[in-house]
Ligand binder design. Sequence first.
Ligand code: ATP
Length: 363
Amino acid sequence: MAEVRLEHVSKHFDEVVAVSDFSLSIADKEFVVLVGPSGCGKTTALRMIAGLEDVTSGSLYIGDRPVTNVPAKDRNIAMVFQNYALYPHMTVYDNMAFSLEMHKTPKSEIKKRVQEAAEILGIQELLDRKPKQLSGGQRQRVAVGRAIVRKPEVFLFDEPLSNLDAKLRAQTRVELKKLHERIATTAVYVTHDQVEAMTMGDRIVVMKDGIIQQVGNPLELYRAPANKFVGGFLGSPTMNFFEAELSGAPDSLRLKTAGFTLNLPRSKASSIEHYPEKRVIVGIRPEDLRPAADTTANNTISLLIDVVEPIGSETYVFGAADDVALVAGVGRDSLVKAHQNVVLTPIMDNIHLFDIRDEKTLL
Ligand code: ATP
């Protein structure tokens, strides 16, 4: 059981800054997900925790132990890689037993731990098989089993589900979460997939260009993103963004675009009381943009539909309101068609406002 702490950790590869001033405390037994687009530095951050990459500056702790200069093998961590890295010539049992044998664990203890892990993962019948005789999902479980048997202080996962098909991914996501509850060990998990991050993390860390953008529990970040990047990264279809002009008196502020005008509720207006700019970036999630019950009321947007996407549980329409491209959830039973107009209204209390200068959330 261990807390993991990174203090002002940076990693430079010559002139490339892969991770910059990364500070984070991960609580004992917590499941933290590092998420961000390709190249944002999440794998490098994980590899530094693992000891597979030196830090350029900063300090790392596992429990109370400084580990910045401790080699990987002495950190008491176990890592599950994207490609699973199983030994092809060994059976599942031997793959799982290998690291314990290296540590000269007694044979009876190895047997007990492998069987325990196999039982947790439901792979008891596969112990005599070789990796090539397994499906992708089974290989993934063996890779996890190999990490479990070591009873590490910290689990590190590097995109462990990317080789699975969509259905198996969703299933394995749930399994890994249950597993984490059962073995109650600190876990750091890297993914570029925002759904994986949202569904698995006790907390998620959103990264961009080597820099932490925001840390928090998934719904907190979804509902209150710190900036436009986080707002756009979490959620699918992605949040709508458009620029609007602020007009009107402070107690009746409006957001104007060429095609529509929205009246800001007081709660939102107060957030921009001291904002000196005339223009602002507006963010509206597709699920917060719904068909208007009264098409002549305030705060309506007439959208000319380009594409209709029924996904079963919801139907999304993509289109434009004058020069503003928007996507909206119109309800799964909607019969709207491409090239029609639909009148929408945003849930105004849920809209987001970002500073036009630095794209930070206006509070
Ligand atoms: P992905 O999801 O594509 O794996 P990532 O977010 O995990 O991306 P990293 O692999 O951590 O990103 O890479 C961060 C940055 O550091 C990138 O610009 C990458 O090109 C660079 N980088 C990573 N490893 C090295 C290396 N060994 N030498 C030079 N540059 C590197």
